[in-house]
Ligand binder design. Structure first.
Ligand SMILES: *Cc1c(COP(=O)(O)O)cnc(C)c1O
Length: 366
């Protein structure tokens, strides 16, 4: 049996509806922003329950746009976590600010305690990540930020379609940033991203900055850049949004089967705690495994395309020697980097695939 990591061939096997809408776009030639982008923005903000959606070229741009909108730049420190994708920290550096990297907890999520230890007189914002599509203790992160007068920018790139206590990841802080990279829960045929906020002033600034600071064709209010979402991708995003809930549900079904098969192997496998009121998207299904590297080769030999997200945490990257503050010891991030493994749980896999994975893991430890 093959358990593939890539599900894109299946996901985009029926493209008629997308092609039809692309046809109308080509007739209008509305190729930069315009009606199709607005239609998606309004559909997405309604779906999420946010006042404003400003789409961008990608998730990385969504993070940069959020940070800049809050006035974060040189001399400012932004606290984030060691086990995230490069873009989280890269966006902070791109704004001229200094990332302060802290450890995660045993659920792979940024530790609120470590954040509180890292706050200095230069701290301007906290950038918590909803890593793997699960969520940190976001309510306490926001409470801490409010108490200290700091902004919260949520990196919810992997968490579209999730919930925390009935709230949407990305809507707890001041601004939430999202990605529509092909491997995220809401995906397009290339790059795409967006920010959500309820703040009218920030939203207005972001809408202008994303489009050269323009107020109309002949006037700009300030110097901006081009971070626009392509209308072709806005159409794909609007189409895919109708499948989001069932996509996330199927991933949850698969993850539950894995959980119940792996939890009994507790001598060798540590499954992260699942919090009852959290609904994860399972953009990545991760757990910790003894003899991880041998297990990875073993499973790959069995046709199961497992991965490691990621083997080198950010504080150990060459890039982190400059422009970064590493706050404290990254005990969990280091341990997890050596033990974690990602198992495919995407929506085109079923019970049989999951049972096969469990059987192979059992075989390995026998
Ligand atoms: C994917 C991702 C990003 C970057 O998004 P792009 O759309 O690829 O630019 C940032 N942060 C996290 C946590 C991500 O998973």
């Amino acid at each position: 049996m093959k358990v593939h990591y890539n599900y894109l061939p299946q996901e985009f096997s029926d493209t008629n509806e997308i092609f039809e809408k692309w046809g109308s776009l080509i007739q209008t030639t509305d190729f930069t922003l315009g009606a199709f982008v607005e239609e998606f923005e309004s559909k997405f903000s309604k779906y999420m329950g946010a006042r404003h959606c400003i789409s961008t070229n990608c998730g990385t741009d969504a993070l940069i746009l959020s940070l800049r909108a809050l006035g974060i730049g040189e001399g400012d420190e932004v606290i984030t976590v060691a086990n995230t994708f490069y873009a989280t920290v890269g966006a902070i550096v791109a704004c001229g600010a200094t990332p302060v990297i802290v450890d995660c907890d045993e659920r792979f999520q940024v530790s609120v305690e470590e954040i509180s230890k890292a706050i200095s007189e230069n701290t301007k914002a906290i950038l918590p990540v909803h890593w793997a599509g699960a969520s940190p203790d976001i309510v306490n992160v926001v409470d801490l930020a409010r108490e200290k007068g700091l902004y919260v920018i949520e990196d919810a790139c992997m968490a579209i379609g999730g919930f925390v206590d009935g709230g949407r990841p990305g809507l707890f802080g001041d601004v939430g940033a999202f990605s529509m990279h092909p491997l995220k829960s809401l995906n397009v045929m290339g790059d795409g991203g967006m920010v959500l906020t309820d703040n009218d002033v920030i939203a207005d600034w972001m809408r202008k900055y994303r489009n050269h600071g323009m107020v109309d064709r002949d006037h700009i209010e300030f110097w901006g850049v081009n971070m626009r979402l392509q209308p072709l991708q806005a159409i794909v995003a609007g189409y895919r949004l109708d499948f989001l809930a069932e996509t996330v549900e199927k991933r949850n079904d698969n993850a539950k089967i894995l959980d119940s098969g792996l939890v009994p192997l507790k001598e060798f496998v540590t499954v992260p705690q699942r919090i009852p009121n959290y609904y994860e998207t399972f953009s990545l299904y991760m757990a910790l495994f003894e003899q991880r590297d041998r297990l990875v080769s073993f499973l790959q030999g069995k046709g199961i395309e497992v991965k490691i997200h990621y083997p080198v945490p950010l504080h150990r990257q060459k890039a982190a020697r400059r422009n970064c503050i590493v706050q404290g010891v990254m005990h969990n991030a280091d341990y997890q980097a050596n033990h974690l493994m990602t198992i495919p749980v995407h929506q085109y896999l079923n019970d049989n695939h999951m049972e096969y994975v469990i059987a192979c893991v059992n075989d390995f430890y026998k």
